[in-house]
Design a protein around this ligand. Structure first.
Ligand code: NAD
Ligand code: WQD
Length: 338
């Protein structure tokens, strides 16, 4: 069975490629490398000993997509491709709406033309905005606080509408919480272009001396230690969730939104402590003002994923920190030069 990954060279796409290949699927990647490098796919091949068919193309380019579908005839698609920096989306909303929405529309139209009826989509816990209930269930009220978040919200709606109109379509909307960690081989991991926004890449930069110190954004939140609480999930657990979602999509039609998280919240200081304990490396940090827009506490209710996908996370916070550090230590300049 052949699975087409849009954004297959990215952080989550590359880890999912490994898990799919190891589960016996064929993998095709379509990526324009706007936030990744083809080297990630070579490393997926090195880890698995299996081939990835890679196309360099913009998913917004429908003619290119049609050529790829004509040649590959995929059985299902996982749609990772998208721009994902929250702050950048506030500064450049049109770029985000154009890229994330156009790519999805072109993909859906091409899937329809070629009779491909199974799609798993990378949504995000950001669609919950400030949650009213914790842990957050999929039934929680939705509302976003950035153009990036609204692209996820709108794409979810487009996919749900399409699943109502086309009874053969199967849509799985995976709402990821906070993916961190790397493949235990140390060969693939998160390799953001430019200055990172997320916590773990900044922890790694502070630990490696690339950055003087980590800025902890706010120590006066209504949480046990005053720093924000999130549901960090190991990217390998997340990747395995996609294999389960593909299996589910093959057997069902209609649409389902499913949280992928651990169900446990950890604070920024918990991350620093776990990192130092599991790696033996100090993380110099300084408390600063709150970052505008941050929500004090968010963590998932992952029971629907357990029920529908028979999926649960297995990795610990220490695993997440240790594996992130192993990738960073082995690839101090990312994929550029090993
Ligand atoms: P990433 O940037 O590493 O991967 C996205 C990939 O898509 C990159 O390889 C990029 O080059 C490619 N891409 C972007 N626009 C494209 C286009 N028009 N045509 C072809 N390729 C294109 O990000 P990631 O962390 O792997 O995230 C994957 C998906 O999961 C994204 O949709 C993201 O919004 C979503 N998500 C990520 C997180 C997170 O914290 N990492 C959380 C929730 C949801
Ligand atoms: C985590 C915590 C920060 C950096 C974002 C997106 C979300 C999803 C995941 C895509 C917060 C604190 C961070 C730093 C810090 N992505 N922090 N110093 O904001 O929960 O979620 O990424 O869908 O949509 O909004 O993740 O990693 O940015 O922050 O203290 O240098 O770490 O304040 O409490 P966030 P994050």
């Amino acid at each position: 069975m052949k699975i087409l990954l849009t954004g297959g060279a990215g952080y989550i796409g590359s880890h999912t490629g490994v898990e799919l290949l190891e589960a016996g699927y064929d993998v095709v990647s379509v990526d324009n490398y706007v936030n990744s490098q083809p080297e990630a796919l070579r490393r997926v091949e090195a880890i698995t000993g299996k081939k990835v068919t890679a196309y360099e193309a913009d998913v917004c380019d429908k003619a290119a997509l049609e050529r790829i579908f004509e040649a590959e005839r995929p059985d299902a698609v996982i749609h990772f491709a998208g721009l994902k920096a929250v702050g950048e989306s506030v500064a450049k909303p049109l770029m985000y709406y154009r890229n994330n929405l156009d790519s999805t529309l072109a993909l859906l139209e091409t899937m329809k033309k070629y009779g491909c009826t199974r799609i798993v989509f990378s949504s995000s816990a950001t669609v919950y905005g400030q949650p009213e209930v914790l842990p957050v269930p999929e039934t929680a009220r939705l509302g976003c606080s950035s153009p990036y978040g609204w692209t996820k919200y709108m794409i979810e709606q487009i996919l749900r509408d399409e699943a109502v109109a086309d009874k053969e379509l199967s849509v799985v909307l995976l709402r990821y919480f906070n993916p961190v960690g790397a493949h235990p081989s140390g060969l693939i991991g998160e390799n953001p272009n430019g200055i990172p926004n997320n916590l773990m890449p900044n922890v790694l930069n502070a630990a490696s001396g690339k950055m003087k110190e980590l800025k902890v954004f706010g120590g006066d939140y209504p949480t046990p230690d005053g720093t924000c609480v999130r549901d960090y999930i190991h990217v390998v657990d997340l990747a395995k969730g996609h294999v389960r979602a593909i299996r589910y999509a093959m057997e069902h039609t209609g649409s389902e939104a499913i949280n992928l998280g651990t169900g446990v919240g950890y604070s920024v200081l918990d991350i620093i402590n776990s990192f130092e304990k599991s790696t033996g490396v100090k993380v110099p940090y300084v408390m600063t003002d709150r970052r505008p827009g941050d929500i004090p506490t968010v963590y998932a209710d992952p029971s629907k994923a357990a029920r529908l996908l028979d999926w649960r996370t297995e990795k610990t916070l220490d695993d997440m920190c240790r594996d992130s550090w192993a990738f960073k230590s082995r690839n101090p300049n990312g994929y550029e030069a090993e």
